[in-house]
Ligand binder design. Structure first.
Ligand code: TA6
Length: 315
């Protein structure tokens, strides 16, 4: 095995020479994060199975965002106002943070990276607030992937600022028509396909037969995505992120996206830990923390081993 394959953290060149960090865990799981956008583009289990979806037509060419993985939506989710859709964090070059303030749950893992984004003078013309955005990406001992964002208002002008946020996670699924989402039953959502009108989820699980673009508000902290064919369940655990966006573009919208294959909607689902309904406001000196932990567990219904409710109620 080449030496580089053993180190827990490796900085190297990715697509089009863009710098990326590779995290490796001793049992074989791995993750990749581009400094462009602090964008997680790969999360593999110990068998080398890719768990995230990245479009075969994804651009790895700034200033366009990368289609897939885990784009970071900041300082806004969606595209109201003057900022670009989903904000600028995903189309900026981040730096490696060599001196991060300690995280209370500071990791004993070795496979983690701290990245930081701060506005330039130029940036301040677009969004006139000074902040420090620190992101820690950790690959846990069992192959779990954790993203912790800390955003601090560092303005000297005494002004607060508000923002909305999402980890826009694209999960790889075998067949969207064989996927169920558990944990959002009875939860209210804003339907992006119906002028953000508010509804209550009626189903006993969410299944997919057409385009879905829903912002579930004040959701439980755990959400499960069950991929029946792969006998795999993704579990999202989130903290500081009260909402969850569920999106599949389906066929028509897929054809309209240049950086997305016409049929790729069949093999992906976005379930995004988010803070959208109620923007977060920070006064100078205040810091917000938003964290999501992703795990992928085997699920085999036939043996009745996995009851999704048990997964959601479990520790
Ligand atoms: O998260 C769902 C969504 O807001 C959809 O409305 C769709 O626009 C998707 O994000 C992708 O946005 P993007 O800017 O990455 O093409």
């Amino acid at each position: 095995m080449a030496t580089s394959e053993r180190v827990p953290v490796e900085l190297c060149k990715g697509v089009n020479g863009l710098e990326k960090v590779v995290l490796r865990e001793v049992r074989g799981s791995s993750a990749e994060i581009y400094l462009y956008g602090a964008h997680v583009t790969s999360w593999k289990n110990e068998h080398g199975d890719e768990l995230l979806f990245v479009s075969a037509k994804a651009n790895f060419k700034p200033p366009k965002p990368i289609r897939g993985g885990i784009p970071i939506c900041f300082p806004q989710f969606s595209n109201h106002g003057s900022l670009e859709q989903h904000g600028f964090a995903r189309t900026k070059f981040w730096s490696i943070d060599t001196d991060p303030p300690p995280l209370p749950t500071s990791t004993s893992n070795k496979a983690f990276i701290d990245l930081i984004l701060k506005p330039t003078e130029e940036d301040m013309k677009i969004w006139p607030h000074s902040y420090e955005f620190r992101l820690r990406v950790t690959l846990g001992p069992g192959g779990d992937l954790m993203l912790t964002s800390r955003i601090r208002n560092t303005s000297a002008d005494g002004k607060p600022f508000s923002f909305t946020f999402a980890y826009h996670t694209y999960f790889s699924v075998s067949d969207i028509s064989e996927v169920r989402v558990e944990g959002l039953e009875t939860i209210d959502y804003l339907d992006n396909l119906q002028n953000k009108e508010r509804f209550t989820e009626q189903g006993d699980a969410i299944t997919f037969e057409s385009e879905v673009d829903k912002i579930y508000v004040s959701t439980p902290t755990k959400i499960a995505i069950l991929d029946h064919e792969k006998k795999r369940t993704f579990v999202i655990r989130k903290d500081g992120l009260p909402d969850a966006v569920v999106w599949n573009p389906w066929d028509k919208k897929s054809k309209a996206m240049a950086d997305f294959g016409d049929d790729e909607y069949k093999h992906m689902l976005c379930v995004e830990s988010a803070a959208v309904e109620n923007p977060i406001t920070l006064r100078p000196g205040e810091e917000w923390k938003g964290r999501q932990e992703l795990s992928a567990v085997p699920s085999s219904y036939c043996s009745g081993q996995l009851d999704p409710q048990r997964v959601l109620q479990g520790s």
